[in-house]
Design a protein around this ligand. Structure first.
Ligand SMILES: [Ca+2]
Ligand SMILES: [Ca+2]
Ligand SMILES: [Ca+2]
Ligand SMILES: [Ca+2]
Ligand SMILES: [Zn+2]
Length: 351
C-alpha cells in the first residue's frame, strides 16, 4: 500500500496568551513525533536524501538557494544524527510527487493560511516481513505570499514570512518528523514555530527536533550547545515573543520572560546572567542585574521562564535593552558560542 500524507505549515491566527512556567527545568524523553506502521518507524532506510531544487523557482546561487541550503545545513549539522540532505538541481520547470525525486519549488496552487506543504510519500506493507520506507518528500512553498529572505524581524511575525524558517520546518518533515505541538519546537504546526535563536537570529532545530533526528538516524557523534531564545510556546503549536516591559522607572523591579534550549546530546548545567545594555547586543561587559545559577536541561529540553530584575537607580534615563546570556560564566565549552547572547525583542525606555 502506498500512502501519502501532506504537511502544511499554517499561519497562526490565534491570539495571545502566556503560560507561567514555575519549574526551573523539566525533562522529557521521546518527545518528538514520527510515523509508525506495524510498530516500525517510517524513515529513510538510508541516511540521506537528495533535494532537487527547482532552478526556475530558486535559481542556483540566488538568495533563495542560499537560504534553503542554510536550512539543510542546520539539519545536516545535528550531531548523533547521521542524516544528510544533498543538493541537486531540478532544471525541467515541473514537479511530480510520483517521480522518486524530492523536488523543491514555489507552488502557485497554495493559498493562505498554508505557507508550505511537504508531500510525504511512503510505503508500508507486510509480505513475509515488513517493508517500509519514505519514498519521496516533495516540498512546495506558497507562491501567492511574499517571503522574507533577510533575518527575521521581531516586530513583524506575519507577512512577509521567513523563507529559511519555513524551509527548516518543512525539512524536518522531509526527514520523517511529524508535528510536535506540546512545547516550543521547529516542528510546531504554526509559523514561526520555534523562531530563531540568539542575537544573530539563527534558524536552528531546537533540542526536541534534534532528538527526533537522532532517534531516527542515530550515529555515535556528540555535540554540546545551549542557546537563548525570545520565543515561547503559547500552546496548540503556536509561539509568541517573550514578554518584557517597554518602559520602567529607575529603581523599580520588572519581570522578563526568557527561553533556553539544550541542543546538546547530553545534560548541561550552566549559569544564566541577566543584563542591561545600551544597545541590542548583550555582552558580559554590560551591567549585570542578576544571575540564575545552576540552570540545567536534559537533551531535547526547551523551556521558558520568568525572572524579576531591578533597574538600577543610578542609570541615566534613556533607551536600553534587557537581555540574558546563557552560560555567561563560560563553564561549558560549546560548538556554537554565538547563540547564547539574547536581547529582549524590544527596547526598554528607562525614566
Ligand atoms: Ca522536476
Ligand atoms: Ca517529486
Ligand atoms: Ca559556553
Ligand atoms: Ca551556544
Ligand atoms: Zn508542518
Amino acid at each position: 500500500m502506498t500512502r501519502r500524507a501532506s504537511h502544511r505549515m499554517m499561519l497562526s491566527l490565534k491570539g495571545i496568551a502566556t503560560g507561567l512556567l514555575t519549574m526551573l527545568a523539566v525533562s522529557h524523553a521521546e518527545a518528538y513525533t514520527y510515523r509508525t506502521c506495524g510498530g516500525h518507524t517510517i524513515r529513510w532506510n538510508r541516511q540521506w536524501d537528495n533535494r532537487w531544487i527547482s532552478t526556475t523557482s530558486f535559481p542556483a546561487g540566488s538568495v533563495w538557494d542560499a537560504r534553503y541550503q542554510n536550512a539543510m545545513w542546520h539539519w545536516n549539522n545535528v550531531k548523533r544524527s547521521a542524516f544528510d540532505f544533498f543538493v541537486m538541481r531540478d532544471t525541467d520547470g515541473t514537479h511530480n510527487q510520483w517521480n522518486g525525486r524530492s523536488e523543491v519549488y514555489l507552488d502557485n496552487s497554495l493559498s493562505l493560511p498554508t505557507l508550505a506543504v511537504t508531500i510525504v510519500r511512503y510505503h508500508c506493507f507486510w509480505f513475509f516481513g515488513w517493508h517500509y520506507e519514505l519514498d519521496e518528500t516533495d516540498m512546495g512553498f506558497n507562491n501567492n505570499v511574499t517571503w522574507n529572505l533577510n533575518p527575521l524581524d521581531y516586530s513583524n511575525l506575519g507577512l512577509p514570512f521567513s523563507f529559511e524558517g519555513v524551509a527548516l520546518h518543512e525539512l524536518g518533515h522531509a526527514l520523517g518528523l511529524n508535528h510536535e505541538d506540546r512545547w516550543l519546537a521547529t516542528l510546531n504546526s504554526n509559523y514561526p514555530a520555534a523562531g530563531t535563536m540568539g542575537h544573530w537570529r539563527e534558524w536552528d532545530p531546537t533540542g526536541d527536533d534534534r532528538e527526533g533526528a537522532r532517534f531516527m538516524y542515530p550515529d555515535r557523534t556528540s555535540e554540546v550547545d545551549i542557546a537563548g531564545s525570545v520565543f515561547t510556546s503559547i500552546g496548540g503549536g503556536s509561539s509568541a515573543l517573550v514578554t518584557s516591559p517597554v518602559s520602567a522607572a529607575r529603581g523599580s523591579t520588572i519581570r522578563i520572560q526568557f527561553t533556553f534550549s539544550n541542543l546538546s546530546t547530553s545534560t548541561q548545567t550552566f549559569d544564566i546572567g541577566f543584563y542591561l545594555s545600551s544597545n541590542d547586543f548583550i555582552s558580559k561587559f554590560d551591567r549585570l542585574l542578576g544571575t540564575n545559577s545552576g540552570a540545567w536541561g536534559n537533551p531535547g529540553f526547551t523551556g521558558s521562564f520568568f525572572r524579576s530584575l531591578t533597574i538600577p537607580a543610578d542609570v541615566a534615563p534613556g533607551q536600553y535593552w534587557l537581555g540574558f546570556i546563557v552560560d555567561n560564566a563560560e563553564g561549558v565549552g560549546e560548538a556554537n558560542e554565538v547563540n547564547n547572547n539574547m536581547e529582549m525583542p524590544r527596547p526598554i525606555q528607562i525614566n
